[in-house]
Design a protein around this ligand. Sequence first.
Ligand code: SF4
Length: 425
Amino acid sequence: MREIASDSSLVGRGMTDGAGLFRRWFDRLTTAAASGRPTAYVFVMGSLAEVLRVFDFELSFPEINSLQTAVRRVAGQYLSEAEDYGYSPDICGYVKADVALQLRKGAHPMGTLPPPAIAVATTACNTYVKWAEIWERLYHIPIFTLDVPGTRRAGGQTWPGDPDFAADRDYVAAQIKELIALCETVSGKRFDIDRLRETLALTNAMTSAWRRAIALNRQRPAVFSALTEGTVYLGVANGLRGTPEGRDFFDGLVEELEYKAARGLGTIDDERYRLVFVGVPCYPIFRRFNEMFSEWGGVFVNSTYLWFASGGADLGFEYDLARPIESLAEGVLISVRHAIDGMLYQDGAVADVLEPFHVDGVVFHPIKSCRTVSTGLADSRRALLRRADIPSLFIESDMMDKRVVSEAQLKNRIDAFFEGLAARR
Ligand code: SF4
């Protein structure tokens, strides 16, 4: 077991280092735009980073690029530009911000983003498939869509040892081999299976640390907020997956969180209510949105976002390096399926974390422009309440579009929720 560090400068290091890594990553993308280094556009649910890194592609995550425009309060300009261009106000806001970004030749508040040489989508979200087609039309690049079999019915997942699982795994493995052949053509480089093993090993170290970091939030007080710090950690988990920097960041993060846990140091000073967040955050007023909870002593100890927006990395699936492609297929199948479940079948998983994470309430946050996550949330809430006696709040806003975020209305609902929690005590 790791020895706990005794340096109080550890506290907050994950946020500082995460922000620094993020800036350097965008600097690298800016350099790639200037030098013409081949870049792969990928998505958080099934990025296939381990394969793409073997061919030295720079990775750009359009979902992250788009949400950064909202956090930096300029998303409105990008959304309006895409709507003027012809995109409907009610489609995924990430897509529209990205379209405007492409029309602006990659101009982004954090740098200049390169055009894609290849794009890899999965079937984790139907929007991914149509979004990649936009790049195909704009840049005439090859797009690769990996069809990941999802859960056919609630609780109906199959696992290694089951013939149905083996069939799904073989189906994914065959597609991964096709992707490798495509990457060879696009990059002009030969596939090196030992480099794949190296990137898989780096991801193994990262995902097991990610799982450990989330588990440390069972602690009272919670050592990090799943909404605020968690979003920075997620950025690193996606952008630096399969790299030494990503592995080192998560090693250091676990060290910091263990340090805090051992000393009873919480992410907020006065933790009174422990919450689970279901859905996608409200990025247009990101800090204020969180404050509306933290002012009442509410802290998000876990979220479905930590699950699906890390592509299921929270499971900590570890690849078997002795059979890299087959094991990668297993990992993609299990992790992406888990990510999809985090959006569509989350009531069981949320019920499972209530006791170990000492949860006082669940906040459902459907948003206008992500129908994939939001459509079934009212039903999920009913399903959860059938399973567990837990107070819940249902509030609506958006992840990108400030025009549909009513801060006053949110605050009224949130205040009433906490008054209810207080009365229940
Ligand atoms: S999951 Fe939602 S936010 Fe993400 S691409 Fe799909 S529709 Fe857009």
